[in-house]
Design a protein around this ligand. Structure first.
Ligand SMILES: Cc1cc2nc3c(=O)[nH]c(=O)nc-3n(C[C@H](O)[C@H](O)[C@H](O)COP(=O)(O)O)c2cc1C
Length: 224
């Protein structure tokens, strides 16, 4: 059943933080599906501006990958929040569905997204609004998803569904593949003597994101 009154086109917001653009890739797929259905789609990328923590994430590839990668670990473990900048669309609101894109940072919600979800701007945007979560990570998705869901529901959001995208390889090889990429911006065959599996979002993930978005749209606005 459509929840949008009259002939008004459904309005969807893509709300996310993305450092290397992987979360953007799956939300691009979502946008394509939603626009094909005739819905209006806006984007709200969260900008990480915190003076203490954001500098390392303001450039890509990372300058010193291991220290930069680990720089937010203690803060992430404590669920610390920091300064962010958000676009005007999060304040105008009035959305019928919000797609939240959430990359995992140290097994949980990234500081920039957490900072938004606990902010005073989150309630007017989310209150009474259906939301779907797109988790993007190397391997660890559960706590991130649970965290986003809890924070968004605390602001009145209505959870619809979720999907997670993970990268191939063992704990060690996927970690080396990711850090090799974060430190070089390139895909290498080997790093520190280990053969690397592919990392990041691939075409199969993108296809999965399209199917998931269509299911979510069916649930919220009725089957097409
Ligand atoms: C600081 C940092 C910490 C991360 N920690 C984890 C982690 O604990 N578990 C995991 O599966 N992936 C982790 N990742 C991998 C990201 O989730 C992955 O790189 C994802 O593609 C990032 O999406 P984005 O490019 O949209 O920011 C981490 C990445 C960064 C930059």
């Amino acid at each position: 059943m459509s929840e949008v009154a009259g002939d008004r086109k459904p309005r969807v917001l893509l709300l996310y933080y993305s450092y290397t653009g992987q979360t953007v890739k799956v939300l691009d797929a979502a946008e394509e599906v939603l626009r094909k259905r005739g819905y209006l789609v806006d984007r709200a990328p969260i900008e990480f501006t915190d003076p203490k923590y954001s500098v390392k994430f303001s450039r890509f590839p990372m300058r010193r990958v291991w220290p930069d990668f680990f720089s937010v670990l203690p803060a992430q473990t404590r669920g610390v929040t920091g300064d962010i900048r958000t676009p005007e669309v999060v304040r105008t609101g009035g959305y019928d569905l919000i797609c939240i894109g959430s990359p995992t940072w140290w097994d949980t919600v990234s500081m920039p997204l957490r900072s938004f979800l606990v902010s005073h701007e989150a309630r007017p945007l989310l209150d009474g609004t259906p939301f779907a979560v797109f988790v993007v990570c190397r391997r660890k998705w559960r706590k991130n998803l649970a965290g986003v869901r809890k924070l968004a529901e605390k602001k009145g959001g209505r959870f619809v569904d979720s999907i997670h995208f993970t990268y191939p390889g063992s704990e060690l090889s996927s970690m080396l593949s990711l850090t090799s990429y974060l430190g070089s911006g390139e895909y290498k065959e080997r790093y520190l003597g280990v053969k690397l599996p592919p990392t990041n979002i691939n075409e199969e993930h993108v296809e999965e994101a399209r199917r998931f978005t269509a299911r979510v749209a069916d649930k919220v606005f009725g089957k097409r």
